[in-house]
Design a protein around this ligand. Structure first.
Ligand SMILES: [Zn+2]
Length: 146
């Protein structure tokens, strides 16, 4: 069953990007599967609402990433389960703000990479960077000073 679901997902992703008409021809089960792959919340939404969300969101995706099942989007290693890492912690849960990472890369991203990028981009003149990038997640938990 799991295997069948994975192959259905793969075929659905191959069809992207969809026209609105093509999305409307899909079954609700398939639409919900696509929505799930795209981190779109389809809970208690109508078919028309899901079609609208997928149609809008699909152009934001790097489709290559969506087709690489179980590969860490940072190091490229194969992992059984990927973790959902928010790029901007203050941001939303849309796929464009989510990286699917192995546990090692997730930790590296939150503790080392974000603060390094924050420093380098600030130095380069970037003015509106996410506050959550300023300090490692470890240091964010330690008091409010500094
Ligand atoms: Zn990784």
């Amino acid at each position: 069953m799991k295997r069948k679901e994975a192959s259905v997902k793969k075929n659905l992703l191959k069809g992207m990007p969809y026209t609105k008409a093509a999305l409307n021809e899909l079954k609700i089960v398939e639409l919900k599967m696509l929505a799930s792959v795209m981190s779109i919340d389809s809970w208690q939404k109508t078919k028309a609402e899901i079609v609208k969300l997928i149609f809008k969101e699909q152009h934001e995706l790097d489709l290559l990433d969506e087709r690489l099942d179980n590969f860490c989007e940072m190091c490229g290693n194969y992992v059984a389960i990927r973790q959902r890492a928010h790029i901007v912690s203050e941001g939303d849960n849309s796929r464009t703000n989510i990286l699917l990472l192995c546990p090692t890369c997730h930790l590296f991203f939150d503790t080392r990479l974000k603060p390094r990028l924050y420093k380098a981009l600030s130095k380069a003149g970037a003015k509106t960077l996410p506050a959550s990038w300023k300090k490692s997640i470890y240091l964010q938990g330690v008091g409010k000073t500094g």
